[in-house]
Design a protein around this ligand. Structure first.
Ligand code: PMP
Ligand code: GLN
Length: 382
């Protein structure tokens, strides 16, 4: 008998629901990924670099040209200066970046605060480092940070807080004022941050993303994580990065070099070329995804689902209390997939203690117009 190191971990909900969607032929609005291609110039660049022989290991820290593009994007987006050499590390996806950041600083017995509903990779990564997650719930209305609850959760063992903004699965944002409040709360404590900002460029209604990269005080203790997968519509490329002050980056790289060694070489070349040639791509993303959000929400308006348009990410939460209040959200997701042909993600799986009576499922709107129309037709007759 194997004594599992992760006894409470099963198969991730994303795999479960995508598999069920494939088996049943349902439209897959569950796992988050676009059903359209990334920019043609980016795709072409990969082929070019593969053909040109860029197929061996890249430098452990990431291709210098790509690290420079990341630093340039950060300067343009947030007015922050980071060193491409000592503060930026390219990783095979944001998941690996988060894992390495946690392993780099979390020791046996350390506590890590996560905000529920929280992305599912955080807790297993903390447990493998010997730490323990302390779950603090976001407010039920609006999914905002609750500073009273956060304060109560802090202990002498708290070694890290994991932020996620824009937030998966709720689409909520952390504001600059909230970052200030957080800075004040942890000022005299020995606490690191992981700031998971993979949806940094998917922020709507003219609001600016408040990045920890732009917060001088918090950045000093932070690992800020992003993913090219979300920004360039290529989730399957699993290429991401971590930005952290040099001393933290040095520790992160000690782990990264033995977990990953490096990212995928031709993809890094292609991303570096594309970012250099199309720096405006990220500036167009909010409008691009806001149009999808608004189309989808307009199409859903006549349905019996109720919702508030999300502030960020490519996920829309919908409340189904008017439809099947008798079903919990896991049962609802299965029923919607099997009986109504739309696969969704239940929100309760992201909670340690799901709020009683919450009736929410998450729908991914990173889809072509025709997919959103087909999905809405099905959702409007439930
Ligand atoms: N964090 C969050 C909040 C995510 O939604 C995702 C998307 N899968 C990731 C991390 C992981 O990103 P990647 O696919 O680059 O590993
Ligand atoms: N982040 C994606 C989501 O939330 C899924 C990524 C994965 O499958 N691990 O749907």
């Amino acid at each position: 008998m194997i004594t599992s190191k992760l006894p409470n971990v099963g198969t991730t909900i994303f795999t479960t629901m995508s598999q069920l969607a494939a088996e049943t032929g349902a439209l897959n609005l569950s796992q988050g990924f676009p059903d359209f291609n990334g920019p043609q110039a980016l795709l072409d660049a990969v082929g070019k670099h593969v053909a040109n022989g860029h197929n061996q290991y890249s430098p452990m820290t990431g291709l210098p040209a790509l690290r420079q593009q990341v630093a340039a994007k950060i300067a343009r987006s947030y007015g922050a200066t980071v060193s491409p050499d000592s503060e930026v590390t390219i990783t095979p996806g944001a998941t690996a970046a988060i894992f390495c950041a946690i392993q780099a600083v979390i020791r046996n017995g350390d506590e890590v605060i996560v905000f529920d509903p929280s992305y599912d990779s955080y807790e297993p990564s903390v447990e493998l480092a010997g730490g323990r997650c302390v779950h603090v719930q976001l407010s039920l209305e609006g999914f905002a940070l609750d500073f009273e609850k956060l304060k109560a959760a802090l202990s002498p063992r708290t070694r890290m807080i994991i932020l996620n903004t824009p937030h998966n699965p709720t689409g909520a944002l952390i504001s600059g004022a909230e970052l200030d409040q957080l800075a004040e709360l942890i000022r005299d404590r020995d606490i690191y941050l992981v700031s998971d900002e993979v949806y940094e460029h998917l922020v709507f209604d003219g609001v600016a993303h408040a990045s920890v990269l732009a917060h001088e005080e918090l950045y000093q203790r932070a690992f800020v994580v992003s993913s090219f997968g979300k920004t360039y519509h290529v989730t399957g490329w699993k290429t991401g990065y971590v930005v952290a002050p040099s001393a933290l980056t040095a520790e992160l790289r000690k782990v990264h070099q033995y977990v990953n060694f490096c990212g995928v070489t031709p993809l890094q070349y292609a991303l570096a070329d594309f970012m250099a040639e199309h720096p405006q791509h990220v500036e167009a993303l909010p409008a691009f995804y806001q149009a999808k959000r608004d189309l989808f929400c307009d199409l859903l308006a006549p349905s019996r689902f109720s919702f508030t348009r999300v502030a960020g990410t490519y996920f829309q939460l919908v409340d189904y209390s008017q439809i099947r209040p008798d079903l919990d959200d896991v049962a609802m997701s299965l029923w919607m997939t099997r009986e109504h042909g739309v696969a969704t993600i239940p929100v309760s799986v992201f909670y340690q203690s799901p709020p009683q009576g919450q009736r929410l499922v998450r729908l991914c709107f990173a889809k072509r117009e025709e997919t959103l129309q087909q999905a809405a037709e099905k959702l409007c007759v439930i």
